[in-house]
Design a protein around this ligand. Structure first.
Ligand code: ATP
Ligand code: MG
Length: 363
């Protein structure tokens, strides 16, 4: 099966955002210029195409045929297969902790997603700007660049995710003010302070949404003697997960395999149990925020107190997290608009204004 035959839900042309306020010339320009922005995330990969908007938003999952080594499905279609495939097909999340863990599978995923994004509008080979975690090694950068080049782009530029998140949150990164962002993704939480188009402070920890899911898995195992799948743990987090107690107690029905008998079993999990499980990863995230605050100069501290801190990434959607951060630090935390697309929107701004903004790229 060729990669073009794989199933992936991409919005049709009718659903695509219209090029706003650019008129006919802007639209004609988009036929020639289809430079791209990509947020290659541990949990989700998003692609933005210049003048078209975000045209792809899919889980970073690949289902591969073990014998041929070829992909059977990518994105949502592959995520739906997770844990349900025969031995002949393996589902892989090729990104781990924000970086490429399986080069071949990541290349395959990028290749497939970029081909979908380019589709019939391919006139020239595009340039691409990709968001990467701050502090990634040269080898890790090389792997991202090689994977993108292999899919036929003509130039690859990288931008650190916190810078992209700050741009996506519409923060004035070019001004002499301390802009603090916390991007809580699937694999990493990145804390950064940005001013005058540069990063004053950045630190990345490998604790984020995935770690929360694993903590729920462990707690269910410890409390009920039940093994649940990782995406089931994520579902529990999305439905009843919270960083603080809120009003009426809630619960959710879940299923797994009882360790003692090996039999499928159904349980009722309380929001309190989930909160207990989430406490460790949340405390690690709060500690990294506190460390950043402790290391800022008096001038920057003044800006942060006045302007607050911006939260991006899917983890920012956890119920009660901004309130808890607020309570534990005494500083105001604001959730960026649509935290899950904040990074790709920021990278998209660079692509839209590449001439002036490529100075923000790190390669
Ligand atoms: N409503 C929600 N409550 C809690 N967590 C959520 C919610 N929605 C999404 N998430 C979590 O956000 C994470 C994905 O966020 P995001 O897409 O920003 O990560 P990523 O960019 O792929 O990862 P990384 O930046 O670490 O490489 C997942 O762990 C997901 O479970
Ligand atoms: Mg991310």
């Amino acid at each position: 099966m060729s990669s073009a035959e794989l199933s992936l839900s991409v919005p049709s042309a009718l659903e695509l955002p219209r090029p706003s306020g650019r008129g006919l010339m802007g639209f004609l320009g988009s036929l020639w210029s289809h430079d791209m922005a990509m947020d290659l995330g541990t949990a989700n990969t998003l692609v933005y195409v210049r003048n078209r908007g975000i045209i792809l938003n899919e889980p970073s999952v690949v289902a591969v045929d073990e014998e041929s080594g070829k992909a059977v499905a990518v994105g949502n279609a592959a995520k739906r297969m997770f844990g349900k495939t025969s031995r002949a097909v393996r589902c892989i999340r090729p990104m781990k902790d924000g970086v490429i863990a399986d080069f071949d599978m990541t290349s395959l995923m990028i290749d497939f997603m970029l081909r979908q994004a380019r589709r019939s509008r391919s006139v020239h080979k595009p340039r691409i700007v990709i968001g990467v975690p701050s502090g990634i090694t040269q080898v890790e950068k090389r792997a991202v660049i090689d994977a993108a080049l292999a899919s036929g782009v003509r130039e690859v530029m990288l931008v650190e995710e916190p810078m992209a998140a700050a741009l996506g949150a519409d923060l004035p990164v070019e001004k002499p003010v301390g802009n603090m962002v916390v991007d809580i993704g699937g694999g990493t939480t990145e804390v950064a302070i940005i001013s005058l188009n540069g990063t004053l402070y950045s630190h990345s920890i490998r604790v984020a949404g995935d770690e929360m899911d694993e903590a729920i898995q462990r707690e269910v195992k410890r409390h009920f003697g039940l093994q649940i799948g990782i995406f089931e743990a994520e579902r529990i987090k999305l439905v009843i997960g919270s960083a603080l107690p809120f009003g009426k107690a809630r619960s959710i029905t879940s299923c797994g395999r009882e360790l003692a008998t090996g039999m499928p079993h159904q349980i009722e999990i309380s929001d309190e149990l989930v909160r207990e499980a989430l406490n460790e990863p949340i405390s690690a995230i709060i500690s990294s925020v506190v460390t950043a605050l402790e290391q800022t100069s008096a001038e920057v501290a003044h800006d942060i107190i006045a302007r607050g801190v911006y939260l991006a990434g899917g983890g920012a959607l956890l119920k009660g997290l901004s309130e808890r951060l607020n309570r534990e630090t005494g500083i105001q935390f604001h959730r960026a608009k649509d935290p899950l697309s904040c990074v790709v929107r920021g990278v998209g701004k660079i692509v839209d204004n590449l001439k002036e903004m490529r100075v923000l790229c790190i390669s």
